[in-house]
Design a protein around this ligand. Structure first.
Ligand SMILES: [Zn+2]
Length: 293
């Protein structure tokens, strides 16, 4: 029997281009886990090189950003067994039940993995907003501050490559849940948001929907595909929003910086790095990687 795919491999499948079109935005993205790893390295490198605006004593606060991201990327697999609480041992003596339980384990594991990864990315997002110190919006909750910031900076720092595409993908996944679909209609009636601002608002709505227990569980098989997909789509979108916020904190955006704290010779303009690291290097690198030969 072929080995079961790992619970986290859903993301790999989700972010794989299946259309083969030359202008497919999905095909421009680096793999999900790699995206998180690049972001962690870039933030650490920017911090070490003194590129991030923070009050002198606050570099440590960026740990609240990269540690949750590190956790999100660290998850290799998840193994959840919903039948643990079942004391009938039905699966022990009935093959039909045993098979159903195996399916349950598979879908529960994928769900737990996606939820956990999303939660870590969301923690990093809120901490990034906190570090941005948007004094103008200090009365608002953090996710609202980010939305207002992106709306006020549309076309400049708030404009991130592929963000509108990710937003469209995420909103399509979110619309499959009736509770969320209603919130999306309300959002569209209240604001006319675009780009990163729209993504920030969708992220906020989705996160509230999850923490208030509105996601239907257990999802049936078909719903589970959408249910898991939206965690990853929204997570991707939020990762790019984090990059957009870090760009806002760069002291000298044009300064060359190493891609990671240990790859000192491999440099790029700071603003380009945070603007593009979710996409394949040939799309944004100005200084191609120095060959090791
Ligand atoms: Zn494609």
């Amino acid at each position: 029997m072929a080995e079961e795919p790992k619970a986290v491999e859903f993301a790999k499948r989700l972010f794989t281009c299946r259309c083969g079109e030359a202008d497919c935005t999905m095909a421009t993205l680096v793999p999900f886990r790699e995206h998180i790893a690049m972001l962690v390295r870039a933030i650490t490198s920017a911090g070490h090189n003194g590129l991030l605006k923070n009050r002198p004593e606050r570099w440590d606060a960026w740990q609240g950003v990269f540690y949750p991201l590190q956790m999100a990327a660290s998850i290799e697999d998840v193994d959840a067994d919903p039948s643990y609480t079942d004391d009938t041992f039905a699966g022990f003596w009935c093959e039909g039940v045993w098979e159903l339980e195996a399916e349950d384990r598979k879908s529960a594991s994928a769900y737990v993995a996606a939820l956990t990864i999303f939660n870590f990315i969301w923690m990093a997002y809120e901490q990034t907003i906190r570090l941005c110190e948007f004094n103008l919006f200090h009365r608002d909750k953090l996710p609202v501050q980010a939305r207002k910031y992106f709306a006020a900076n549309e076309g400049t720092l708030g404009d991130m490559p592929a963000i509108s595409y990710l937003y469209r993908q995420a909103i399509q996944c979110c619309r499959q849940a009736s509770g969320l679909a209603e919130d999306i209609v309300a959002m569209e009636q209240t604001y006319s948001l675009r780009g990163a601002a729209a993504a920030a608002e969708l992220g906020r709505i989705f996160r509230n929907y999850i923490v208030h227990g509105s996601d239907p569980v257990p999802p049936d098989d078909r719903a589970n595909e959408w249910g898991v997909a939206r965690f990853y789509m929204v997570s991707r979108m939020v990762l790019v929003l984090i990059q957009g916020l870090v760009r806002q904190r760069l002291k000298t955006p044009q300064q060359l910086m190493p891609l990671s704290a240990v790859r000192e010779e491999d440099v790029e303009e700071a603003d380009r790095l945070f603007g593009g690291l979710h996409q394949k290097p040939e799309l944004w690198r100005q200084f191609p990687e120095i060959s090791e030969e």
